[in-house]
Design a protein around this ligand. Structure first.
Ligand code: F6R
Length: 370
């Protein structure tokens, strides 16, 4: 079942090119338009929504946070991402003009289910992004967009995360197309970029897995690891930290790189390992330069910097103690690549410490109690 891998998690990390590919499959009609037949919500309703609220827990919430950047950019609809257990208890402003997107691998997470019910009671339509056919959340939602990642056995979520981002992007492109925010050829171009991702994810696995594992082994006695990212790299940083907490029981935290000087930089001292997810140098604005200067700042204070950057990015090399290059991709799609080394690192570190990678202590695969 593990296809010869030592753990389900490792197998599932390797399933990721196919998880993304399967989630994208069959989305174009003869005229080259994106179709999402599953979204059986009246188009007039989808045109009238004025807010999107993504509700989810854990890794699924980070997928939602990544997707928010894309959805707001493509659809110009204000989008919030909220932990399902917080959402319900704060009297959220949700109505017929709100589209709620519930993201859940298992489809059984009680916190998310309760939030779905609460949103529906307020008149909102709910689209579920789910990996488990026929589970409770998709049954109760108004529409479902299934991720086709295949069964995820390891407690720590990997391939579901990439598939959730992919599905949420499809939803964003679909809404942008429907509402006239994007031209047909703009949608088609982004879909072509998405379709190129499985091969790029495969390249990450083929080209850097060995080196990331060596680093995981070398760092097995680390007592704290920090992760920095900006824009879509920020939720990726939090996801990298969550993986490490879950399966290697190491204190880890993900920060927005811009937040460093507002507090977290005080944590940096000699030898502190810090992963930094560097945006593409070809991307928008000055994101790249800002993150590079963050790397310089923490290096100057003794941090051991582990940099994930786009291939060809020479500017970061001088400040990196370790560097892992991932293939070039549009900024919004970089999370599908940059997350992979963080997953490999966590799995390797966990196994180097002799822990059960697939069944971490105190955790269950699906949390069916509130
Ligand atoms: C992290 C992890 C959890 C789940 C969370 C939501 O590796 O597995 O954080 O992502 O419990 O679960 P689902 O997606 O099943 O609702």
């Amino acid at each position: 079942e593990k296809d010869g891998y030592p753990s389900f998690m490792e197998k599932e990390i390797h399933d990721q090119p196919s998880a993304v590919e399967q989630t994208l499959l069959g989305r174009l009609d003869e005229s080259g338009r994106l179709t999402l037949d599953e979204i059986k919500i009246d188009e007039a309703v989808l045109r009238s929504i004025d807010k999107i609220v993504v509700i989810a827990c854990g890794t699924a919430s980070y997928a939602g946070q990544v997707a928010r950047y894309a959805i707001e950019h493509w659809c110009r609809i204000p989008t919030e991402v909220e932990l399902a257990h917080e959402f319900r208890y704060r009297d959220p402003i949700v109505n017929e003009k709100t589209l709620v997107v519930a993201v859940s691998q298992s489809g059984e997470t009680m916190d998310t289910l309760m939030a779905v019910r609460h949103a529906q009671e307020q008149g909102a339509k709910v689209v579920a992004i789910c990996n488990t056919n026929g589970s409770t959340i998709p049954r109760e939602a108004d529409a479902v967009l299934y991720t086709h990642a295949g069964p995820e056995i390891a407690v720590a979520s990997t391939k579901a995360f990439l598939a959730q981002i992919t599905a949420a992007y499809l939803l964003g492109l679909y809404l942008a197309q429907l509402r006239g925010n994007m031209f047909k050829d703009e949608v088609a171009t982004m879909l072509t970029e998405l379709e190129a991702m499985p091969a790029k994810i495969q390249r990450v696995l083929d080209e850097i897995e060995g080196d990331v594992k060596d680093l995981g082994q070398a760092m097995k006695d680390a007592s704290s690891v920090l992760f920095l990212g900006r824009h879509v790299g920020f939720p990726v940083a939090m996801e990298g930290a969550l993986k490490l907490k879950e399966i290697a029981y190491i204190h880890a935290e993900g920060f927005a790189a811009g937040e460093l000087k507002h507090g977290p930089i005080a944590l940096i001292d000699e030898g502190q390992p810090v992963f930094v997810i560097v945006p593409s140098p070809n991307g928008r604005d000055s994101l790249h330069a800002k993150v590079v200067s963050n790397i310089q700042e923490i290096r100057a204070r003794g941090a051991v910097t582990i940099v994930i950057a786009e291939e060809g990015d020479e500017a970061v090399k001088d400040f990196a103690n370790h560097i892992f290059y991932v293939p070039e991709a549009p900024t919004l799609l970089q999370p599908l690549l940059a997350t992979v080394p963080l997953q490999i690192f966590a799995a390797e570190l966990s196994s180097a410490k002799g822990y059960d990678v697939d069944q971490p202590r105190n955790l269950a695969k699906s949390v069916t109690v509130e």
